[in-house]
Design a protein around this ligand. Sequence first.
Ligand SMILES: C[S@@+](CC[C@H](N)C(=O)[O-])C[C@H]1O[C@@H](n2cnc3c(N)ncnc32)[C@H](O)[C@@H]1O
Length: 346
Amino acid sequence: MTSPTDILGERLLGALTGALELCTVELGRQLGLYTALRDGAHDPATLAKSAGIDERYAREWLEQQAAAGFLTFGDGGFALGPGVAEVLLDEDGPAYAGAAGEFALGVALLTPRVVEAFRTGAGVPYTEYGHVRHGIAGFNRPMFTHLLAGEWLPAVPGIDRRLREQPGARVLDLGCGMGHSSVALARAYPAITVRGVDLDEHSISEARRVAAAAGVADRVGFTTGDAVTAGGTYDLVTIFEALHDMGDPVGVLRNARNLLAPGGSVFIADERVADEFTAPAGEVERLQYAFSVLHCLPATRAEAPVVANGTILRASTLLDWAREAGYTRPEVLDIDNDFWRFYRLR
Ligand SMILES: C[S@@+](CC[C@H](N)C(=O)[O-])C[C@H]1O[C@@H](n2cnc3c(N)ncnc32)[C@H](O)[C@@H]1O
């Protein structure tokens, strides 16, 4: 029988292999090596020439990627393995997970700051995590592109109809990050205008670029600021995976309620975690907890928070916040998703 020490040792060794392989994927992504392979490179010389890298390094990376199972190796040389193009190259495709390396790298680079924060109780500002904002955006973008207007909002007919039929309907996207949700909304509902608000000015600059590239900058604008003080009047306020990051979530929900036009509502997506603390937790909650320790809790604590919730936002907590903010009809929506749970507040 395998002992607990053997099991734990093997688990950590597997995690180490995974972590290092993730770094080699990020290396390949940053240098455009997967793109070069897709476009015809097939050995160290052609890869080095096509990607503009050193040939000896190219050979080591190709062999390592094939050893890891990401590439195939045969008579024609090296080639992308099954699924690699979809998962690592198609940034807008439903299977894209290429942001995983950037995500992990962003978190790992800030770990020394988090060590210090644990000692002092201070926060680590979101804006300092750098790569993480791209990791988050990279992960969430395919969901916004394929599910937001394709599945989630059509599941709430009152919201979908209003955005489709009310001329000039207005949407406020709080904690919009790099703006992919705001842009997806504008593309799906051609008559609406969207304002995205986020505390992180680097994200807002990126969001403006994303909206311009998508050709919707005339209907989608972005403002750097705190969600708790955003102004205006809106038919819909959205908050995607950001409420748990906000230092004053009840204040934000109260403000959102005051900004609603008659009959308007708030649509929230936040983490799909268990109803109560459970150990050991499921796979998704393990990921969320690790992210909470290394990123969300330190980032929220940098906001002079009223509440520093961390990533693990349980449904009961969110519904309590909503009632405290004055909503009389907060509800959990029946929308299926592995990572997020959905709420409508009225
Ligand atoms: C996990 S990211 C999600 C970003 C985006 N909604 C998405 O799904 O890709 C959380 C975002 O909340 C923003 N944020 C945190 N506190 C905020 C506040 N008080 N007001 C506005 N934005 C805030 C952060 O800057 C960050 O962009």
